[in-house]
Write a protein that binds this ligand. Structure first.
Ligand code: ATP
Ligand code: ASP
Ligand code: MG
Length: 316
C-alpha cells in the first residue's frame, strides 16, 4: 500500500537522480534529439499532430499487457498504446504526419529484465500517405544517420563526459530476413543480431502472425508482411517498428480474424474501411527513451528518463 513514507523515499531518490551528472547529460541529449527530429520532419514537409491519450480504440499490440479501461460519460476509454489508428485517420487529411506520442503499456513484469521497457514512454510516431515500405525505410535511414552526425558534432563533449563514443552509420542499412535470422540464431535472434552488429540493421520479411493485423500482407508473398523492425547495434535491441498498412476492408477483416481479435474493438477503422475511405500508407514508430539510452550508451532505459515508469515499481 502507498504510504507517505514510501512516497517520500521515492521522492528523495528522484532528487538525487535529477541532479546527477548522467541525468543532466541525458536530458540535454533528450532536448537535442526532440528538436533535431521535429526540425528534420518539418523540413521533410511533415505536419505535427497533437498526441492522443484516451480513446475507445488503440493498438492491440503483438503481446499481452494489463489494460485498464476508463468509463467517462458512459463510454469506455483506453489509454493509448500507440497512435497507429489515429495515424491512419490523420493521413486522410495530410500527406505526412508525426506526433511525439505518450504511450502507456503495462508490460508483463519479466520485461523489466530487458533494460528497454518502461510502462510509460514516448514514441515519435509517423505516417505517410501512399508511401511504400522502402520509402519510409529510406526516410528512417536519413533521419537516423543525420541525428547521429548531429550528436557527434554538437554533443561530443557531453557524451565523452559519460564515456560514450558514437559512430555515424552509412545508409542503406543491412537487411536481414526474419526467418533466416531465426534459423541462424534461434529464438533470441533480435538480441544476438543487435549484440553482434556495429551498425543499425533491419529485420524484414516478418511472418503474418508475428506482427499486428494492421501491417500489410505482401500481395506477392502470402503470409509475409510488408513491415520492418530496426535494431540498434551493440546489443541495445529494437529501435523501431513500422511498415505498410492494410487499408482494404476485406483484407482488414481477414487479418483481424486470423489474430482472433474482435472487429468491434477497431470500430472506426473498420467502418471507414467498409466505406472505402481508408487509404494506403506506411510509417513507423521509434521510442524516444530507447533512442536517448542508445546515444548515451546507458545500461538501462530508466537512466534515459527523468521520471521513469519501471514495470512493477512505484513511480511518480
Ligand atoms: P519490443 O519487441 O522491444 O518489446 P515492441 O515490438 O513491443 O518492442 P512496438 O509495438 O513495435 O514495440 O512499439 C514501437 C516502438 O516503441 C518500439 O520499437 C520501441 O522503440 C518503443 N517501445 C515499445 N514498447 C516500449 C516500452 N515498453 N518502453 C519503451 N519503449 C517502447
Ligand atoms: N506505432 C506502431 C507501434 O507502436 C509502430 C508502427 O508505426 O508500426 O507498434
Ligand atoms: Mg516492435
Amino acid at each position: 500500500m502507498l504510504t507517505n513514507k514510501d512516497l517520500m523515499k521515492e521522492v528523495t531518490d528522484y532528487a538525487e537522480r535529477v541532479s546527477s551528472h548522467e541525468m543532466q547529460v541525458a536530458m540535454k541529449v533528450h532536448t537535442h534529439v526532440r528538436r533535431y527530429l521535429g526540425d528534420f520532419l518539418f523540413r521533410e514537409g511533415f505536419i505535427e499532430i497533437p498526441p492522443v491519450i484516451l480513446s475507445p480504440i488503440t493498438d492491440p499490440l503483438n503481446h499481452p499487457t494489463l489494460d485498464p479501461t476508463f468509463t467517462c460519460y458512459g463510454h469506455n476509454y483506453q489509454l493509448t498504446k500507440s497512435m497507429i489508428f489515429h495515424k491512419q485517420l490523420a493521413v486522410l487529411g495530410y500527406d505526412k504526419i508525426f506526433s511525439f506520442s505518450p504511450n502507456l503499456r503495462f508490460e508483463p513484469l519479466e520485461r523489466v529484465k530487458s533494460g528497454r521497457h518502461l510502462f510509460e514512454f514516448t514514441q515519435l510516431d509517423l505516417e505517410v500517405r501512399n508511401a511504400s515500405r522502402d520509402d519510409v525505410m529510406a526516410l528512417m535511414e536519413r533521419m537516423y544517420a543525420g541525428l547521429m552526425a548531429y550528436c557527434v558534432e554538437t554533443l561530443k563533449d557531453d557524451l565523452a563526459s559519460i564515456g560514450r563514443t558514437l559512430t555515424v552509420p552509412a545508409a542503406p542499412f543491412r537487411r536481414v530476413g526474419f526467418l533466416d535470422a531465426k534459423e541462424q540464431y534461434g529464438e533470441s535472434f533480435e538480441n544476438d543480431l543487435s549484440r553482434d552488429s556495429t551498425d543499425p540493421l533491419w529485420i524484414v520479411d516478418i511472418p503474418l502472425l508475428d506482427r499486428e493485423f494492421y501491417d500489410r500482407e505482401d500481395p506477392e508473398r502470402p503470409n509475409i508482411l510488408l513491415d520492418m523492425d530496426l535494431l540498434y547495434p551493440e546489443g541495445y535491441g529494437e529501435a523501431s517498428s513500422g511498415g505498410e498498412r492494410e487499408w482494404e476492408y476485406a483484407q482488414i477483416m481477414k487479418r483481424i480474424e486470423k489474430k482472433e481479435q474482435d472487429p468491434l474493438d477497431f470500430c472506426v477503422l473498420v467502418d471507414l474501411a467498409q466505406e472505402g475511405k481508408i487509404v494506403p500508407s506506411a510509417g513507423f514508430g521509434i521510442g524516444i527513451e530507447r533512442l536517448v539510452r542508445y546515444i548515451c550508451g546507458f545500461d538501462r532505459i530508466e537512466m534515459a528518463a527523468l521520471f521513469p515508469k519501471v514495470p512493477g515499481k512505484l513511480c511518480i
